[in-house]
Design a protein. Structure first.
Length: 281
């Protein structure tokens, strides 16, 4: 049974006065329909285009968003509705979603949806929560926000080398924009200053080594690299590769994530050979 759910509604075009049918999504399951998650992130969800004249109409429709991997359930209420209507629709959509989930997977977070109003707030909730999803990057981000001086920022970067990846920088810059959009200009400026203070000129040697691995043409070339530079193959290399794979997965870049995990396994193999094995007594 499909978890995501759409309905067809009739829209009267305000520009050309003609009627047309639009498909509106009322339940979006992130794992099932990544392209709809992208629509939420790109602010094109619940935007109906008139087939006669091309005018885009934002539709005031509720949406229940479910992301099982982050245990996230968000109900986006309509802009023009009463709290009673919201409650009723949220309950109805929640029951429909739960009915589509196998019993064994029905965790307690499904009983209380985090409520926001409108698609803009849903976009912020989805992006913000995904960023805060307990990974290495968000630990780095928290430490970064607490760093009071440029020197402290550099020390945070040494402790959290994942902050210096391009992927992380893209996330941090997205986050600056989210903070601006959410009317937190002070926080946005504070984060921007810290991003500026990150030591970009000299990336962490571990990250430089990972970049060299990612740039290698073939598994053979990577094997040669791993064999030639044993001192660069530190235990944090596979951890960072895993974090990068996780980030790629969240962005639905499955092929990139798979490559990262293949390289991680190669590195683990190489570490295994170099770690002296002590027989257990
Ligand atoms: Zn029209």
């Amino acid at each position: 049974m499909s978890r995501s759910f759409a309905q067809t509604v009739e829209v009267a075009c305000g520009s050309c006065k003609q009627q047309f049918n639009a498909e509106v999504w009322l339940i979006v399951d992130a794992a099932e329909r990544p392209e709809l998650v992208a629509q939420i992130q790109e602010s094109t969800m619940h935007l109906a285009h008139c087939p006669h004249c091309g005018t885009a109409h934002p539709l005031d429709v509720p949406l229940l968003f479910h992301d099982q991997s982050n245990q996230l359930l968000v109900f986006a209420a309509q802009e023009q509705s009463t709290p009673q209507q919201d409650q009723q629709i949220a309950r109805q959509l929640g029951q429909q979603l739960i009915a589509s989930i196998p019993l064994a997977e029905r965790a307690t977070y499904l009983t209380t949806a985090h409520t926001v109003v409108g698609m803009d707030d849903l976009r912020r909730a989805v992006m913000g929560e995904m960023l805060a999803a307990g990974d290495e990057l968000s630990a780095g981000l928290r430490a970064l926000m607490e760093a009071p001086t440029p020197g402290a920022v550099r020390r945070v970067a040494e402790a959290h080398p994942v902050l210096l990846t391009q992927e992380a920088l893209n996330h941090l810059r997205d986050y600056v924009q989210q903070l601006q959009a959410a009317e937190h200009p002070d926080l946005a400026v504070a984060l921007e200053q810290r991003i500026e203070a990150l030591p970009l000129v000299q990336p962490h040697p571990t990250l430089q080594f990972i970049q060299t691995l990612l740039d290698a043409e073939s598994p053979e070339a990577r094997r040669a690299l791993l064999a030639a530079r044993p001192h660069d193959v530190t235990p944090e290399v596979p951890t960072i590769l895993e974090a990068l794979a996780d980030q790629a997965q969240r962005r639905h870049l499955e092929a990139v994530a798979r490559d990262m995990l293949v390289i991680r396994d190669e590195v683990l193999g190489s570490l295994g050979r170099d770690i002296p094995v002590t027989p257990s007594a």
